[in-house]
Design a protein around this ligand. Sequence first.
Ligand code: ADP
Ligand code: MG
Length: 569
Amino acid sequence: MNDAPSDLRERYERLQALHTISTALNSTLDPRDLLKLVLSEAVRVTKADSGSVVLINPNTGRLDIEEAVGLGERVAEVKLRLGEGITGWVAKSGRPLRVGDVNHDPRYVAVREGVRSELAVPLEFEGQVQGVLNVDSDRPDAFSAADEELLIALAAQAARVLHNAWLIRQLRQRAAQLETLITIGRDILSPLTLDEVLQRVVREARRLMNARLSSLLLLTPDREELELRASDGAGEDYVRRPNLKVCDCLLGVVVRHKRPLTVANVQESDQYRHTELARKEGLVSLLSVPLTSGGDAIGVLSVYTAEPHRFSNDDILLLTALASLGSVAVRKAQLYEKIVDAEEQLRQNERLSALGLLAAEIAHEIRNPLTVVKMLFHSLDLQFPAGDPRARDVAIIQQKMEQMNRVLDQTLTFARRSEPRVEPADLNALLDDVLLLVRHKLAQHNIVLQWQPAAHLPAVPLDRTQIEQAALNLILNATQAMPSGGTLTIATRAEDAEVCVTVADTGVGMTPEVQQRLFDLFLTSKPAGTGLGLALVRKIIEAHRGRIEVESAPRKGTTFSLFLPTERG
Ligand code: ADP
Ligand code: MG
């Protein structure tokens, strides 16, 4: 190595430049400032006339000029493709390139007039080229091998900064995304209406995905059309657009296949029906994911960007997470509606049966005196000569009494209908039938069934449908109490004037507090429970003049015993 003073000075300057950058790296400078610093040091130390840092844009595949020195104002408009120009070649190959005379290099694309030589090195981190650092000079052969070495060292520093900055941004984004998902999750449980929650979902989708527009469409009840339920960033025309036919639109594909869909540019897509609208609203790339509920698609959540964008797997996951929250909100609203319906129906039923009872009572009260009146009237044996108007009156009185009797009969039959239709039945056979229905479900949940029918069971007067329903309710509750399997023991036995059915599980059991309110309407500990099951069971057993008993211990299991009288009352 030549140790002439000028060389020594140059080497000192290079070390100085590297040192400056390393020091800056350890301070909290913003990545932009660091790139600026790296570039200015590179230009200064290599005595270049101009220079730039370009980064590969993963969405467009083009090279965006991030920082420039000495290249004039309009340099920002230059967008080289990967492989285009000396910079593009370096970006593509990942190798440094030193060109002594650009006029003799066919790869060269002039960004500034007067450039004679150029030196470009890749910005590379862990084998991935992120961009290029390059310097130009008006003199031919302006850059030495030592310049190249320095630039490579600077580029390594810059790439590390970029990578770290990118990681930090990524982490910040993730944190923001998680926070959003959690708040929307909380919103769903709050008393916000469905529309308010869906509006939140689209707004956050648009914000988190940096999108121009986001929309949420739900299937109409006939599942043939998609109806816009919420949107953010949409113009009037978009909002007023009529429903989409599922069978012939792109979003319909998402619903039908229940899979996410991306379109690089909807304005140029053959399948996208509304290219005109897309142009008007400035929509470019589309990501669309299905909303599903119980395995069925119920709608789509979409985001459109204003610039070409390649959606990553993370983007798809995030939008899918938002869509699931939307689905949960819809499901919750539907369930709520159902519960309100069921409650209303129940009240209706209760009112009806109360009315029925009242009617029956009145009918009884009237029937008895009416029978007396009829008897007395006949015993009067009123005979009038023909032509006497009283003869007609007697006939009318008789006729009206018959009519009253018929009305009473009808009222009593009607009132009786809400009572169980009781017929002597074999309880063991009835339970056999019910168990046939649930065998598969039990096996699926790793539940061992022990069925112990009593050998000689007297026939029991019962309403078959109602008792089946009661048994099924108890068995399903037992199954739900054993989410990770267990043993379900069902037994019958005869006792004095009663028969008894026991349904015993080895499940979660209940606290004394739950036991006390067990038969209350709407008492449930399950996310999808109704709390109607046991209330119904009790109503049925009471209608049979039977009784129901419970024994339970937390984490040990629960035993329900139903007692039914063998004699009709
Ligand atoms: P639902 O099943 O819709 O919750 P139910 O009226 O059938 O309504 O049951 C009410 C509640 O009683 C259940 O949510 C549960 O907390 C409790 N329960 C009923 N059966 C059992 C059982 N076998 N083991 C543990 N808890 C039970
Ligand atoms: Mg139940």
